[in-house]
Design a protein around this ligand. Structure first.
Ligand code: 5AD
Ligand code: SF4
Length: 456
């Protein structure tokens, strides 16, 4: 029996896919090359973007068409944030295509749910701690409401980098954001379990660990009152075999001087912070319920830059939030220009189900205007980034090689500590090695260089 998982969305979802793959392999399934060869097809969905539900139905239609072509119907599972959000509506609306809906907190139950669905030949959905059938509740207890995940099961998709969840869910309720509804309330994993997983990742040869959470720097260990986020970074730093530590995403409000000092003083912690700002206008930030102002954010950036001059910053920005005026948007442009981000992820605002903004604030910026704003923002960012990249020409950086090129066998790709993607010629055996690379030229989203010295 074979499985195929397609993944949309953030690293959290990428990591859930690694967990589901491991669970299925433990129950005897093998990975399939494509959906056509699979007995189980899982669509791991994201709902942060516009029209996520519609796109999913289109995809489900394609799967139905594929089943007709190959004359065989795989078990179709919908997981991830749209699964959590839509629940049994997915079974009803997809008209026989979806067999199983698995919520974001029920990933550990996947093998049991697959078995139950296959045995009963009836659709099943589970989004709230108990499995349901469209016709009513069935009695299977869910022992897994805690954020722990058994060790040794994750099937890591990346040869170099290991994702390790430290917090699940979020209690912040920014007015635009669906995550508290799709990922549930905030639950901290134990320090003991996190460290055990980091050790396991190091033993399996991963040199980089990326700690994941909606607001990673809100971490407080449930099993150690003295362990907050900076203390956790120190503990992870002690694990032998791990050479790089990243984390995503910190919240500006919880980026204390102790967090900044930990990033500065721990050499394995990469000198890159993804610090979502969302808007440059304090008025819009207040409507977004971000609980920081433009001034506070800029002050934080100044403190970070003073402490760690070589650190690179990236961010998330939403354009066209309800009520965002031209003047508000100009403030976003000036903030972007002033901070000098290494990269930005920009989004056109879209109403997400259940959120405060969708209930109380009319989506009043037209789509044309949102497009105009996002294009202006991206054009500005291209020039900010290009200046930054130009200035890096001639400098030498430690690059951890994480991929060989798809186009040329002798081209490698990796990242600097600051998270710049660097391409350079080298043999495939360098995958997973740390190489010093001198930057020679720049491209749209990455730079090119030459290796100097021996890989480590
Ligand atoms: N509309 C547009 N962008 C959004 N994001 C989250 N919710 C929305 C929404 N309703 C963006 C934010 C967040 C990133 C992951 O997605 O910028 O940081
Ligand atoms: Fe990740 Fe948020 Fe998308 Fe869910 S909705 S996959 S948490 S980005």
């Amino acid at each position: 029996m074979k499985y195929f998982i397609e993944t949309y969305g953030c690293q959290m979802n990428v990591h859930d896919t690694e967990r589901m793959a491991g669970l299925l392999e433990q129950s005897g399934y093998d990975p399939a090359e494509s959906d056509r060869d699979a007995d189980i097809v899982i669509v791991n969905t994201c709902s942060v973007r516009e029209r996520a539900e519609e796109k999913l139905y289109t995809r489900l239609g394609e799967i139905k068409e594929m089943s007709r072509e190959i004359g065989r119907t795989p078990l179709v599972v919908v997981a991830g944030c749209v699964a959590q959000q839509e629940g049994d509506r997915l079974i009803k609306r997809s008209k026989g295509v979806v067999d199983l809906v698995v919520g974001t907190q029920q990933v550990k139950m996947l093998p049991m749910l697959v078995k139950e669905t296959a045995a009963s030949r009836s659709e099943l959905f589970m989004i709230d701690g108990r499995p349901w059938r469209p016709e009513g509740r069935i009695a299977i207890e869910n022992p897994y409401e805690d954020p722990s995940f058994p060790l040794g099961i994750v099937r890591r998709g990346d040869p170099v980098r290991a994702y390790v969840t430290i917090i699940e869910g979020c209690n912040d309720f920014c007015s635009f954001c669906v995550v508290p509804y799709t990922r549930g309330h905030e639950r901290m994993r134990s320090k003991a379990e996190i460290l055990a997983e980091v050790r396991e990742a190091a033993d399996s040869g991963r040199r980089e660990v990326q700690l994941l959470g909606q607001i990673v720097n809100h971490y407080q260990a449930p099993d150690d009152p003295s362990c907050d986020f900076p203390a956790l970074l120190e503990a992870v730093h002690e694990v032998p075999g791990i050479d790089r530590i990243r984390f995503a995403s910190p919240h500006p409000r919880h980026t204390s001087d102790r967090v900044i000092a930990a990033v500065r003083d721990l050499p394995k912690v990469c000198k890159h912070l993804h610090l979502p700002v969302q808007s440059g206008s304090s008025r819009v930030l207040a409507m977004m319920r971000r609980r920081h102002t433009r001034g506070e954010y800029l002050d934080l950036v100044a403190r970070i830059r003073a402490a760690i001059p070589n650190l690179q910053l990236s961010t998330d920005i939403i354009v066209g939030f309800p009520g965002e005026t031209e003047a508000d948007f100009d403030e976003t442009l000036s903030l972007t220009d002033g901070v000098g981000y290494h990269s930005i992820y920009s989004f056109k605002y879209s109403e997400r189900p259940n959120t405060l903004a969708s209930k109380r604030m009319p989506d009043d910026v037209t789509d044309e205007e949102k497009t105009r704003r996002i294009v202006a923002l991206q054009t500005l960012q291209r020039s900010v980034q290009s200046n930054l990249f130009q200035r890096s020409i001639g400098t030498t950086h430690q690059v951890l090689v994480d991929a060989t090129s798809r186009r040329h066998e002798w081209e490698l790709t990796g990242r600097t500590s600051g998270n710049t993607v660097v391409n350079f010629p080298g043999p495939p055996e360098w995958l997973g090695k740390m190489v010093d690379v001198t930057i020679e030229r720049t491209g749209p989203n990455s730079v090119w260089g030459q290796a100097v010295g021996d890989p480590r």
